[in-house]
Design a protein around this ligand. Structure first.
Ligand code: UDP
Length: 462
């Protein structure tokens, strides 16, 4: 990779969650490839988790320096309380970031290369853009979800003004929501701040989401982890959107993408022992929580399908104790099922023996599946996952949805039927291969995303 004329020092700051840290760290690796110095700022608790789970990440300090600032909370228990977390982050983190920037400025007096002269902030932590602007530092936003989600988010003030949603983010009518004639309408149950199982969380989520249109005014461009060909109409309604995805890191840096938990690589050897396109991969991201009942239904569906499966069961995947059930289940499926606590997901999805991906439709998981041409089975849990499901199933037609019953539980019969339908669909597989090729082109030489990224970096260091 060529080194540009005048080097800069960029500070990159994600929101404190897996789905935000990973894409921004990938972006940091891409930027560092151009010889630009990167300081990556996590909260202290995320920093500790990332360092513990990724031995060797510190050795990257010649390319990326990892720095931590407090989030103002003492325990993980407090961090699981969304109201406490949002209040605390907004109260203390802007001040800590400003102190950090001032400290670097002091320390780098007389050494221009060390001075931080650009900030890239997750728009969900858009207060960092306000800090940068106050301090006269150039900046850009970053959006870790789909451009379609960003378009809806930036239209929140208009949706409230037009009486489409109330000021708590609830849809006032059951109609389709149109924000532009150039963009297909959104379903009223695809609102991206929705948390059906937890009204308090929805309130906090909407409070954060509705701040984003204001934050976005502090930067002229928003780097998006998507590609133009995938979401052309959504890109067209956001003038500053710069799609640069799907963000990927070279295989040599795979282990440095910032997992919060240690990746269990034994599943890759296990996958090696299976024929091409035979394994059902099941993973619901970093935050999904299931009731005991839902957990049992999923486990029993995988058991009854009887095909090889790899299932990521985080220690906190359920809200009740399932150890006894889980142990008996593992015994029964030991000849065809493998369960890990956290997988190297991108390698798993790139593995030839994976046949389909049963997912919660988090945006990173969605893009990782699309980039590898893997058909999806969708069981969204909260937030933008509902809209991602609609894009996957209705727009790109690369997957099917599993529906829940009147108690919100997805039953084993439904899972079984839909998994078999996904596995048997030639149309879905053909669409997957088409999108995989489009994704590959967009980040390849002359591709739309690579051009956008190169143009951005050129402007940044000019
Ligand atoms: N992931 C992983 N191992 C797992 C499960 C997930 O590395 O066992 C990664 C996955 O590759 C993705 C991220 O965690 O990059 C999850 O982000 P996503 O946006 O899909 O979901 P979230 O966790 O934010 O709900």
């Amino acid at each position: 990779m060529s080194t540009m004329a005048k080097l800069k020092h960029v500070l990159v700051i994600p929101s404190p969650a897996q789905g935000h840290v990973t894409p921004l760290l990938k972006l940091s690796h891409c930027i560092a490839d151009y010889g630009v110095k990167v300081t990556f700022v996590n909260t202290e608790s995320i920093h500790a988790q990332v360092m513990a789970a990724n031995p060797g990440l510190d050795d990257e300090s010649h390319r990326i320096k990892f720095v931590a600032i407090p989030d103002g909370l003492e325990t993980d228990e407090e961090r699981r309380d969304s109201t406490k977390m949002v209040d605390s982050v907004l109260r203390v983190m802007p001040g800590h970031l400003q102190e950090l920037l001032e400290q670097v400025k002091q320390q780098s007096k007389g050494n221009e290369d060390e001075q931080i002269n650009f900030v890239i902030a997750d728009l969900t932590a858009g207060w960092a853009l306000e800090v940068a602007e106050r301090m006269g530092i150039e900046r850009a936003g970053f959006w870790p979800a789909s451009v379609s989600t960003l378009a809806l988010t930036l239209h929140i003030p208009k949706l409230i003004e037009d009486g489409v949603i109330d000021n708590k983010g609830c849809a006032l009518k059951n109609d389709l929501i149109t924000i532009s004639k150039d963009l297909p309408p959104y379903k009223s149950n695809d609102l991206t701040w929705s948390c059906p199982q937890d009204p308090t969380m929805q309130k906090d989520f909407f409070r954060c989401t509705s701040a984003i249109p204001g934050y976005s005014k502090h930067s002229t461009s928003v780097l998006c982890n998507s590609f133009h060909e995938l979401e052309a109409s959504a890109c067209s309604v956001i003038p500053g959107a710069l799609p640069i995805g799907p963000l990927i890191v070279s295989a040599s840096l795979f282990h440095l993408r910032g997992s919060l938990w240690s990746e269990d690589a034994t599943c890759l050897n296990w996958l090696d022992q299976h024929p091409a396109q035979s394994v059902i991969y099941v993973a619901f991201g970093s935050t999904t929580v299931f009731s005991q009942e839902q957990f049992y239904e999923l486990a029993l569906s995988l058991e009854q399908i009887g095909r090889p499966f790899l299932w990521v069961v985080r220690p906190d995947l359920t809200d009740g104790l399932v150890t006894e059930f889980h142990d008996r289940f593992l015994q029964r499926v030991r000849n065809y099922g493998k369960v890990v606590q956290w997988a190297p997901q991108e390698e798993v999805l790139a593995h030839p023996s994976v046949a389909c991906f049963f997912t919660h439709c988090g945006w990173n998981s969605t893009l990782e599946a699309l980039s590898n041409g893997v058909p999806l089975l969708c069981r969204p849990y909260f937030g933008d996952q509902f809209l991602d499901r609609s894009l996957i199933c209705d727009v790109w037609r690369v997957g099917l949805v599993v529906v829940s019953d009147e108690n919100g539980v997805t039953r084993r019969h439904e899972v079984r039927t839909k998994i078999l339908a996904v596995l048997g669909s030639d149309e879905i597989r053909a669409n997957c291969l088409r999108l995989k090729e489009m994704a590959r082109k967009s980040v390849g030489k002359g591709g739309s995303s690579l051009k956008n990224l190169q143009g951005f970096i050129k402007d940044m260091i000019a």
